[in-house]
Design a binder for this molecule. Structure first.
Ligand SMILES: Nc1nc2c(ncn2[C@@H]2O[C@H](COP(=O)(O)OP(=O)(O)OP(=O)(O)O)[C@@H](O)[C@H]2O)c(=O)[nH]1
Ligand SMILES: [Zn+2]
Length: 376
């Protein structure tokens, strides 16, 4: 029998510069400041998060760049606005009369109420190559858990970079989530007896970018030579903590702990990927859209996101650090099975993880079954 996680926390490794740069840019963007995104050729784009822009910050952006700001939205958002067919990638929207903060808010945010519809006939749309600074700026907004929409201004060629503006490389933004997952390391673990699984430990894995830890709940003494009963659980503040009836997460979390406890051993990975990776604030926006009639997948698309923005590298990395090579996976989601298999973790069995529905989550569960391929 190979005992899992038979290691002590290692020394802190210095964070690689690209991770630090993106983390700092995220903080700037979230508080409404301008950051500079640099494309491979060296061209800079000055960027504001659309949801944090004000009339004042737009004027500031125009002055800094000496050029006219434009909006960048995802191809999905442009599709739901009916401005062009839905498509992958990012779209630049130029407004003939000049972009205003109100127009940006209306175009970027389907939940915004207090601004009137701008004249969309005056918009020019251009698809952006993925490696451009403008396209990468939307990925940066996603990393910041903001709406996937930015306001961008590109200074004339040869203009000097303004002092005091934080610069981040587009390639580092695009690779950020994968890079951060690669740096996860065990930082602490402790025994935490849980109701239904008294013999439990919680281990925390921290990425080097300063981001939030992912957790592993290790129950009993799983044998690394055998398939380990495993659950990948994405964080759901509303369901896990508050007992929200809109989803099945709370039941699934406590149900998995009880089932693993009864089986004697196994692991629950508690992944900080709230709202299928869009973050809590955007999930609340998605809920508001669902109250207006959209289902859980279309609400994501209305906001400009993909239906599921999660990546599985954090889970893969944690399983590797824990010493798990084979799993019996507690899930109804075929994407989880495929993702683990694609990254070399053998799923010897899928164990269904179904709980009774209630009046509030029936539609949500039906959509998962009919549109996401969940096996209920
Ligand atoms: N964007 C969005 N996220 C939601 C919604 N309802 C629940 N979530 C999130 O969806 C995630 C659910 O994740 P999981 O428990 O891993 O569930 P799953 O992907 O359906 O797969 P299994 O439960 O394993 O079958 C959590 O991060 C929730 O916060 C919603 O309406 N919109
Ligand atoms: Zn939930």
């Amino acid at each position: 029998m190979t005992k899992l996680l038979d290691t002590t926390p290692g020394p802190t490794q210095p964070a690689p510069a690209p991770l630090i740069a993106v983390d700092r840019a995220v903080a700037e963007l979230r508080r409404g400041a301008v950051v500079a995104v640099r494309a491979a050729g060296g061209r800079i784009a000055y960027v504001l998060a659309a949801e944090a822009a004000t009339a004042e910050s737009l004027v500031n952006l125009t002055t800094m760049s000496g050029s006219k700001p434009f909006l960048v939205l995802t191809g999905r958002r442009v599709g739901v606005l009916g401005l062009a067919p839905a498509q992958a990638g990012m779209i630049r929207l130029d407004m003939a009369a000049g972009l205003t903060a109100e127009a940006a808010a209306w175009l970027a945010d389907p939940v915004v109420r207090d601004v009137s519809r701008p004249d969309t006939s005056a918009l020019t749309l251009t698809a952006l190559a993925d490696d451009t600074a403008a396209a990468a700026s939307v990925t940066l907004a996603k990393v910041a858990r903001l709406l996937p929409a930015t306001i961008v201004a590109i200074p004339p060629a040869g203009a000097l970079l303004l002092q005091g503006v934080l610069v981040v490389d587009a390639a580092d933004v695009i690779d950020h989530n994968l890079n951060a997952a690669r740096t996860l390391r065990l930082v602490s673990q402790a025994r935490v007896p849980l109701s239904g699984a008294e013999n439990a430990r919680i281990a925390a894995f921290r990425p080097a970018d300063g981001g939030i830890e992912h957790l592993a709940i290790i129950i009993g003494e799983p044998d690394g030579d055998q398939p380990v009963l495993t659950r990948l659980h994405s964080e759901c503040f509303t369901g896990d903590l508050l007992g929200s009836l809109r989803c099945d997460c709370g039941d699934q979390l406590r149900g998995a702990i009880a089932e693993i406890g009864q089986a004697g051993s196994g692991i629950l990975l508690y992944l900080s990927q709230e709202g299928r990776g869009i973050g809590l604030v955007n999930k609340l926006r998605a809920y508001e859209l669902q109250d207006g009639g959209f289902d859980t997948l279309d609400a994501n698309l209305q906001l400009g996101f993909d239906d599921d923005e999660r990546i599985y590298q954090p889970a893969i990395r944690m399983l590797a650090l824990l010493g798990v090579k084979q799993v019996r996976l507690l899930t109804n989601n075929p994407r989880k099975v495929d993702a683990l298999a694609a990254h070399g973790v053998q799923v010897t069995e899928r164990v269904p993880h179904i709980f009774a529905s209630n009046d509030h989550n029936q539609g949500y569960l039906r959509t998962k079954a009919t549109r996401s391929g969940h096996m209920f």
